[in-house]
Ligand binder design. Structure first.
Ligand code: URA
Length: 247
């Protein structure tokens, strides 16, 4: 692949910008085992996950498709055009926001949304198949939430969450796939659907309220304890398998 094409497909800007970055001497890569500045935008490059390159000092690795996880902090919106809070997209480096796409929207996009005040595991990708699979209600990918409630939980409430509750806009009851009481005001709730404000509405339907909400896992993928709020990380092949996806 030509160097300018490599930069373009990884989101470093328009083709003209990418040619300029190379010609200005802002791109370095290992050539014959030695890190060097390459000023030829049309030089053929061997792309591989074990062949990093640097653009303006930022180290990058080629990936045909981007799959990543973000530890969403509280006080951020999952929208590109947020109304009141900073966008989660502002937490990502520019190449992830600029990866060229066939669709109208450039860059990676969040797989589903978390509320402004919800924290935890959020997946993002530019792989349409992956996004569809993770978000599709047909695939029932379980999502585990840590729910802290305003009022003490009663066995009746947790039984109701498992048995099914009716939400205002939906005639069919929604039920938790699992519900584990972890404290007087704390439960772990697993859902396989992703309706709007589902956890908060389910808790309201049983007469309680959510004080704090955190998504701790999607499928078998746990939010790593060393991924701090606001940080992101590439998903490994093993992570993808944990959410039932293989490339
Ligand atoms: N359910 C909610 O109520 N809010 C979220 O952010 C996610 C699930």
């Amino acid at each position: 692949m030509e160097l300018q094409e490599l930069l373009y497909c990884q989101g470093f800007g328009t083709r003209r910008v990418c040619v300029g970055l190379v010609q200005k001497g802002l791109v370095r890569l290992p050539i014959d085992g030695v890190w060097q500045t390459c000023q030829d935008p049309w030089r053929e490059i061997d792309v591989a996950p074990d062949k990093p390159f640097e653009v303006q000092g930022m180290s990058w690795i080629y990936r045909a498709r981007a799959h990543l996880m973000l530890h969403k902090p509280a006080g951020t919106e999952c929208s590109r055009k947020p109304s009141a809070w900073p966008s989660i997209y502002s937490l990502l480096p520019a190449p992830l926001r600029q990866r060229p796409q066939k669709s109208a929207v450039d860059g990676v996009q969040a797989v589903g949304r978390l509320d402004q005040d919800t924290t935890g595991l959020l997946l993002l990708s530019d792989d349409g198949q992956f996004i569809h699979r993770m978000a599709s209600p047909r695939h029932h990918v379980p999502k585990r939430y840590q729910v802290h409630t305003v009022d003490a939980l009663t066995p009746y409430q947790t039984d109701q969450l498992m048995a099914g509750v009716v939400l205002d806009d939906d005639p069919l009851p929604v039920r938790a796939a699992a519900c584990e009481t972890l404290g007087s005001h704390h439960l772990a709730l697993t859902l396989t659907e992703g309706k709007y404000h589902q956890v908060k509405r389910m808790l309201a339907a049983v007469g309680n309220r959510v004080a704090r909400l955190h998504r701790s896992a999607i499928g078998g993928l746990q939010l790593p304890s060393d991924l701090l709020p606001g940080q992101w990380r590439w998903l490994s092949a093993c992570d993808l398998l944990q959410v039932g996806y293989s490339t």
